[in-house]
Design a protein around this ligand. Structure first.
Ligand code: ZN
Ligand code: ZN
Length: 378
C-alpha cells in the first residue's frame, strides 16, 4: 500500500457520483469492475440489491473472514469546493462510505498478490446501510449461505476522534433504533363547523410530549431509551377544512433489542389509549429498523492484536455509539466486531453537508484489515 494515489483517485471518483440507498447501480458497477481486475476466485453481484462480494480463497481449509464496506451516499446536498465534489445535485457521500469502499478495494489488491494461507476472505460491499435495509437483504440472498462468514469486521470513520486513532467497544457498539409512524384518523369537516368533524389535534397535542417522556436518553446502558420526534402533520395546508387525519413520526433508540421491544410496547400502549380516548382510528407502522450491533469478544481480541501489530493507537470504551448500524446483521452466525477510526477532532460530523472523508485514513484502515486477515488466515 505504498502507492495509494490510485486509491485516492478511486475515492474521488466514487465521491463525484453518490447514489442513495437501494439505488447504487453505478457505484456497484465501478466497484465490481475494479475488483474484477484483481481476479477474485468468485465475484458475486446483485446481492440484496446492488451488493457485491469478492471471494479470495486460501490454499487450505480454514475459517471465512468477511470485511464489510457500504455502497450508499445520502440525499443531502454537499457543500464543497473540492474538484471532486458531488456531481449529483442533492446527493453526497457525507458519511464516508466512499472511503470505506476504497479501503476494502485496497485489500483486493493485496490478496491478489498473496492469497491467504488458509480459509477465505469475503470482501463485502453492502447496499442501503443508511436505511437499515441493506445488510439484511444482503444476508437474505440465497447465495449468501455459500459465503457465510465465521468472522465479520467493519469500521466506521469517526469525526471528533483524532485522525487515525481507533476506539473499540468491548460489547455494545451501536444502538438499536427504529422509526415509528403513528397515523390517527378522524373525520374532516368545514372549517366553519369543526364540531361536525373529528380532529386528531387534541390527541396529537397530548401525545407529542408524552411520547418523549418514555425515552429521555441518559447514560448509555441497558436501560437507555430515547424518543425523538422527527415529523408531525395535521390535516392539509388549507384554511377551509378542519383536519380529519394526523401523523406523528418518532425515532425510538435503545442500547439493546430487549429494551427496544419494551419501548415499542410502551409507546404503542400510550398511543392506543389516546386514540381510544378521542374516538380516533389508529394505525402504527415501523420503518428504518436497525437491530443493536454488538461486538463479539473473540472478534474484539483479534482486532486488538491487529491494531497493535499495525502500530495504530487504540482505546477501549464502554459507551456504544448513539447512532445505529445494520452491520449488526452480520453478527448473526459470525463472530463480528466493528471499530471507530478517528477522522479528526475538527472534522465536520457525519451527515453534515460539509463532511468529507480524509484520504489519509485509507492506508490506516486497509492496514488494520489486512493485519486482521493475515493474523487469522495467514
Ligand atoms: Zn450515515
Ligand atoms: Zn455511515
Amino acid at each position: 500500500m505504498q502507492d495509494r494515489a490510485h486509491l485516492v483517485a478511486l475515492r474521488h471518483e466514487l465521491h463525484r457520483f453518490p447514489e442513495v440507498s437501494g439505488d447504487e447501480a453505478e457505484t456497484a458497477r465501478r466497484i465490481a469492475d475494479t475488483l474484477r481486475a484483481h481476479r477474485p476466485d468468485q465475484l458475486l453481484t446483485g446481492l440484496g440489491g446492488h451488493g457485491i462480494a469478492a471471494v479470495f480463497n486460501g490454499a487450505g481449509p480454514g475459517p471465512t473472514v468477511l470485511i464489510r464496506a457500504e455502497l450508499d451516499g445520502l440525499p443531502i446536498e454537499e457543500i464543497s469546493t473540492a474538484d471532486y465534489r458531488s456531481q449529483h445535485t442533492g446527493f453526497g457521500h457525507l458519511c464516508g462510505h466512499d472511503g470505506h469502499m476504497v479501503m476494502v478495494v485496497a485489500l483486493a489488491e493485496q490478496l491478489a498478490q498473496q492469497r491467504p494461507a488458509c480459509g477465505r476472505v469475503v470482501l463485502a460491499f453492502q447496499p442501503a446501510e443508511e436505511t437499515g435495509k441493506g445488510a439484511a437483504a444482503f444476508r437474505a440472498d440465497p447465495r449468501f449461505s455459500d459465503i457465510a462468514p465465521d468472522y465479520a469486521f467493519s469500521l466506521h470513520n469517526l469525526p471528533g476522534l483524532a485522525l487515525g486513532e481507533v476506539r473499540l467497544c468491548a460489547a455494545a457498539a451501536n444502538c438499536a433504533s427504529r422509526g415509528m409512524r403513528i397515523s390517527l384518523m378522524g373525520k374532516t369537516s368545514h372549517a366553519a363547523a369543526p364540531g361536525d368533524g373529528l380532529s386528531p389535534m387534541e390527541a396529537m397535542a397530548a401525545l407529542m410530549p408524552s411520547l418523549i417522556t418514555l425515552g429521555q436518553g441518559g447514560a448509555l446502558n441497558a436501560d437507555y431509551a430515547l424518543v425523538t420526534l422527527t415529523h408531525a402533520r395535521l390535516g392539509e395546508a388549507t384554511f377551509g377544512i378542519a383536519p380529519g387525519a394526523g401523523e406523528i413520526w418518532a425515532t425510538l433508540r435503545t442500547v439493546n433489542d430487549t429494551r427496544m421491544t419494551q419501548l415499542c410496547e410502551a409507546a404503542e400502549a400510550l398511543v392506543q389509549a389516546e386514540a381510544t380516548r378521542h374516538g380516533l382510528t389508529l394505525s402504527i407502522s415501523y420503518d428504518d429498523i436497525f437491530e443493536a450491533c454488538e461486538n463479539h469478544p473473540v472478534a474484539v481480541g483479534h482486532l486488538q492484536s491487529a491494531l497493535t501489530d499495525a502500530g495504530v493507537a487504540w482505546q477501549m470504551t464502554d459507551a456504544p455509539q448513539r447512532w445505529s448500524e445494520d452491520f449488526g446483521q452480520f453478527a448473526k452466525g459470525a463472530k463480528s466486531a466493528m471499530f471507530w477510526l478517528g477522522s479528526g477532532e475538527n472534522q465536520p460530523q457525519l451527515h453534515n453537508p460539509d463532511y468529507d472523508f480524509p484520504d489519509a485514513l485509507i492506508p490506516t484502515g486497509a492496514g488494520v484489515f489486512l493485519r486482521l486477515i493475515r493474523n487469522i488466515l495467514g
